[in-house]
Structure formats: structure tokens, C-alpha cells
Design a protein around this ligand. Structure first.
Ligand code: ASP
Ligand code: MG
Length: 369
């Protein structure tokens, strides 16, 4: 049994939605599909909220653009989708923000949820008419119970399992569920969100409740790389990572996974696979309890911090990386150091160079893979 999660760029338009649907239809053991809002929608919702403080009409104008874009996707897919209720909900929230002259984080979470509710409605409708299986649109707020830490809520695992067993377990025997990432609900029924980019976490939380053996995070890169492929040249995809390495990588700024994604996987021991919708036949990166890399595995940056992630980094490897920086006349100081990571503080003017030399060094440890 598998859970699939698709991010915003994988559902950005009708062509992308069709490609995603094909992947779902081709994989019979996928039971739950978790979807992000379409590309940029969450950012647009933030802008709508900000604008609503100053001007209701301007804010509504922005919302019109967002909803029209979704209507267009539905039209291109030749499906009927009703968004009337979501439209009214947003207009009401815009009014509330304007009246209070502030964006309360609870209402912001309600507004955020609109993005995922739009995208899942479209995809589930399209899949219903193209999949031989029964496809059900489900509001994730039936099961994904959290505390009320608005915009950064924590899942309540026991409550989630109970709700899941009661509401979804039986229907999953004969149907495929399409549901929202990122969104949750308090025990009193108030909408929450897990934090920006949190849909990955939704997928593993639901994987835990389902008893999945695999959660696949579908994205637009081939997997987890030795560094950010958009910034660094010649990066290499890492075929296998263990939970600790991948969690440290996510915490230290690798954008490929939301920070808390692996918590449920570690608890239950299922694999999390990161792979690309553009090249679905490629294996991607498998995150499991595989043996660690014995040395540097990847390098990330966050502001003025450059981090080397791997295993056994307290030994001579740390010494080598410091020497490497010195030889290249890079000023550094060690910000934090543990067995799984070394974080260096680097002057911004030297960061590009530091990233380049450290990444070349890290690549040497992948040569025999
Ligand atoms: N749509 C949300 C965001 O953009 C959650 C996610 O995509 O994972 O942050
Ligand atoms: Mg993401």
C-alpha cells in the first residue's frame, strides 16, 4: 500500500494534472493521493490577505485571478467543477481581515486551506472520469487532527489514527482517496496548517495511519541531490539515504523535503521515496533505515551557513573540510558540529566559492556509487 504526494508544480496546469493522473492510474497499489495547491497559489493567498487590509476590491481582484486560473484548468481538462462555496468563503475572509485590520493566524490558515481544496477538487474530478477505480474526494480535515499552533500545527497522532480507522479505513478497501496536503483541523473543528511546504508531512502522517509500506514524494527533480541542482553545477542524485541523514539534510536547508516529513516513517519503518513526475521510471532517492554514508554525503546552505551532511563527520573528515576551506582562502568559523553535520559560518562574498569547493570534495565520496 502506498501514499503518493504531488507538489504544486506537478499540478500546475491541465497538462501537469494529466501526467499526474497517468502516474496514479498506472500504480495500482496507490491508495491515497495527497496534493499541494497549484504552483504559486499559496503565495497568492498570502498576497490576497495582505491586500485585504488596505483594499477589499484589490484583494478580490487578486482572488478573481486565482480562481479563474483554476476554472481554466478545469475547462482544459473538460470537467465540471464547482467552486462557489470556496469563492464565498474567501470573500467572507477578505471582509473579516479588512474589518479587523489584521490577519489573524487562525483565519489565515482557513484562507491557506483554499489552495489545496481547489487543486484536489480538480484532480479528483478528472480522475473520477478516467480511472477504473472508484475515486473519492476527501476533506483531510476529517482525519488530520492537530493542535492549535496556527500556521505550524503539530499532528495529534493517536487522534488521527482513531479518526482514520473510523472514517477512512473501510472505504479505502475499494476506493482511492484524493485529499489535501498541508491542511489540518483542531479537535474543535477549526482549520490549521502544518507550515509552508508541509504537504510532504501530510503524506507520511497518512502513510502511518494507513500502514503504508511506501510513501512517494513526487516532485520535479529526480531525487535528493548532493546539493541544490538549481544553484550548484554537477550535482549527483543520491540513491539511498538513511532516515537520520535525510532528516538532518531537511533541517539544514535542503528544499526537497519538509523538515518533519520523516518522523512518521522513522516511527513505523516505511520508506519514503523522492522521485520525479517528469521521469517516473527512474528510481529516485530511497530514504529508509539503510546504512549511513560513512563520510560526507551532501552540502546545503542557509543564509551565511554552509553545512556538510553525512556520517562520522567528527573524525578526520572535519579536519579535511577545514583544511579545504583554508587552502582556498575562505574565512570560516565552525558554527556547530556533530557526527552527522558540520555547519560553517562563511562571509556572504565567499559563499559561492565555498559551496563550489566543498561540493566538489563531497562528490569524491560518491565516486564508487
Ligand atoms: N501549498 C503549501 C505551500 O505552498 C504546502 C505545500 O505545498 O507543501 O507551502
Ligand atoms: Mg516541497
Amino acid at each position: 500500500m502506498k501514499v503518493f504526494k504531488f507538489g504544486g508544480s506537478s499540478v500546475k496546469d491541465a497538462t501537469a494534472m494529466k501526467a499526474v493522473s497517468k502516474i496514479i492510474i498506472d500504480n495500482d497499489d496507490c491508495r491515497i493521493v495527497v496534493i499541494s495547491a497549484t504552483k504559486n497559489t499559496t503565495n497568492e493567498l498570502e498576497l490576497i490577505a495582505k491586500e485585504s487590509i488596505h483594499s477589499i476590491p484589490k484583494s478580490q481582484e487578486l482572488w478573481d485571478k486565482t480562481i479563474s486560473r483554476h476554472r481554466e484548468i478545469a475547462n482544459d481538462l473538460q470537467i465540471d467543477c464547482e467552486f462557489q462555496d470556496l469563492d464565498s468563503e474567501v470573500l467572507e475572509l477578505i471582509g473579516k481581515f479588512n474589518k479587523c485590520q489584521m490577519i489573524s493566524s487562525e483565519y489565515m490558515d482557513q484562507l491557506y486551506s483554499i489552495g489545496e481544496r481547489l487543486s484536489t477538487r480538480i484532480l479528483s474530478e478528472y480522475l473520477t472520469s478516467h480511472h477504473s477505480k472508484t475515486v473519492l474526494y476527501k476533506d483531510v480535515r476529517e482525519v488530520l487532527i492537530t493542535n492549535d499552533n496556527w500556521s505550524k500545527a503539530s499532528p495529534l497522532i493517536t487522534e488521527i489514527q482513531d479518526a482514520f480507522d473510523l472514517k477512512w479505513k473501510e472505504i479505502l478497501k475499494n476506493s482511492l482517496i484524493v485529499t489535501q496536503g498541508f491542511v489540518g483541523v483542531t479537535t474543535e473543528g477549526r482549520t490549521t496548517t502544518l507550515g509552508r511546504e508541509g504537504s510532504d508531512f501530510t503524506a507520511t502522517i497518512l502513510g502511518e495511519s494507513l500502514g503504508a509500506n511506501e510513501v512517494i514524494i513526487w516532485t520535479d527533480v529526480t531525487g535528493v541531490a548532493t546539493s541544490d541542482p538549481r544553484v550548484v553545477e554537477n550535482t549527483k542524485f543520491i540513491k539511498k539515504l538513511n532516515y537520520v541523514e535525510a532528516s538532518v539534510l531537511a533541517k539544514l536547508g535542503a528544499k526537497v523535503l519538509f523538515e518533519r516529513t520523516l518522523e512518521p516513517a522513522i516511527r513505523k519503518g516505511f520508506s519514503v521515496i523522492v522521485k520525479s513526475t517528469l521521469t517516473p521510471s527512474e528510481l529516485g532517492s530511497v530514504i529508509s533505515d539503510s546504512p549511513p554514508h560513512n563520510g560526507p554525503m551532501a552540502v546545503t546552505t542557509q543564509g551565511d551557513i554552509l553545512s556538510i551532511v553525512g556520517d562520522k563527520l567528527l573524525s578526520e573528515k572535519a579536519h579535511c573540510s577545514k583544511r579545504l576551506l583554508e587552502m582556498n582562502q575562505i574565512d570560516y568559523h565552525v558554527h556547530e558540529q556533530e557526527d552527522h553535520f558540520i555547519c560553517f559560518k562563511i562571509p556572504s562574498s565567499q559563499m559561492d566559492k565555498a559551496l563550489d569547493v566543498v561540493h566538489c570534495w563531497v562528490l569524491e565520496f560518491h565516486q564508487n556509487e
